[in-house]
Design a protein. Structure first.
Lengths: 230, 230
DNA sequence: GCAAAAGTGTTCGGGCTACACCCATGA
DNA sequence: TCATGGGTGTAGCCCGAACACTTTTGC
């Protein structure tokens, strides 16, 4: 390394993942029981230290993979936390990421191994360090993003119904939405493909299933279109 | 430090500041001529390394102070850049911040010392590393923030005229705004105090000066009010 | 047959946009 | 007196919010 650079102190860098999921009960967060001191046994976000030849994005992917064995997951960087005493165990700068995963897909075994558990978003425990702050930021970001980007689908199975999608939006934004207005808006994007198939088990009548048309979205997007659901 | 922590590699951390200013010519960015290799002589954001007992926010403040001798400046964290080879001089993780400063207040001397220069936002040079990316992100963030937070005033003197404020919004969002609509919206917030004083030198007639009422804003804000200028 | 969720149109009002003319003053 | 930018009101339109009834089917 160049001399000018090597005069400076180095720091530990961590990434912490705010992992969102969605099921019948609503929006959920995947938390782990921290294994090491300080704060062993307390609830925590899943995290890990940045390695030598690893980008931040890669580190976040790795950390997520360790817990869930999922790759190809929606991940987005949030803020970086650098208060001097945020971690009593030592000076650590932490970069927060949030992830959207399909709860039908994660590996139960691994989750048990880490003592992980899904918590309802309205009912979170106290987390170590500044992790609760990170979650607040993540939720606000998710609320904003799902209104202006079609990323809500990352939390649903490939095939989903309109009422299911609506429940997702309601859970994220913690509000009730008029179903007629919602249906009009979401179908108005022209980005949902109606399938010849109905949802089983939720209602007697069964709701039609849809798929999100990713290719069409990218095409639209490149023509200056902006997804918007308010 | 705890053994679990000290097994991990440490990294150099930098902060880089995207410094916005505003004058008659429009929105501007303060850039420096980089003094050290790699890339010595090229245009760059002002930056510096994070110190041992210093938070990220403090580091950003310090870096900004070194160049401008300004404190009490609006600073907001943006993304953190961690690609392995983003800096050919060594592995450096960089946290970007943007700053809004009043161009009537910075110290010319210091700026010369660093070989710094104000550039029009539409007319930026190629910057080192990923600094152009950082600027893009900063500008988009500024566009969004000035629509939902009253931070545009940070770029203006204490006393300013409505047409001046409008020119600021036009420069930030790179669009023309109807002056009647703009005036209505901005005065509709009830957050501007009209002074018994006129602007000199810009027009013959002179525009009335206003002040932004910060206290009123905080009071409104705590009652759930949200600033919004579209 | 009844309970429970799916599906469907219309109306109303508020807010945003578009638009043109007079005013004050320095040169 | 003329050129330059400051300051003002209104009408139309569009979009978002509110709202109630019929349909399907498992039990």
């Amino acid at each position: 390394m160049l001399p000018y650079y090597s005069q400076n102190v180095k720091h530990l860098i961590a990434v912490d993942c705010i992992i969102f999921g969605f099921d019948r009960e609503g929006l959920r967060l995947l938390l782990i029981k921290r294994a090491v001191e300080p704060g062993a046994g307390a609830w925590s976000l899943m995290g890990g230290f940045l390695k030598e030849e690893e980008s931040l994005d890669k580190a976040a992917k790795r950390v997520l993979y360790e817990l869930t064995e999922l790759s190809e997951v929606y991940l987005e960087q949030l803020n970086t936390y650098g208060e001097v005493n945020r971690d009593p165990g030592g000076r650590v700068i932490s970069v927060a990421y949030y992830a959207l995963i399909r709860t039908d897909k994660y590996d139960e075994e691994l989750i048990k191994k880490y003592g992980a558990k899904w918590f309802k978003i309205e009912d979170l425990p106290r987390l170590i360090f500044d992790h609760n702050d990170m979650v607040d930021v993540a939720l606000r970001r998710l609320q904003r993003r799902t209104k202006t980007r079609p990323i809500g689908f990352e939390l649903l199975p490939e095939k989903f119904s309109i009422p299911q999608l609506q429940r997702l939006y309601e859970a994220i934004n913690q509000e009730n939405i008029d179903k007629r207005n919602f249906r009009r808006k979401i179908l108005g994007t022209q980005l949902l493909v109606k399938l010849n198939e109905k949802e089983k088990g939720v209602s007697k009548r069964g709701a039609f299933l849809y798929k999100f048309d990713k290719e069409k979205y990218y095409k639209f997007f490149n023509n200056g279109y902006h997804f918007e659901i308010y």
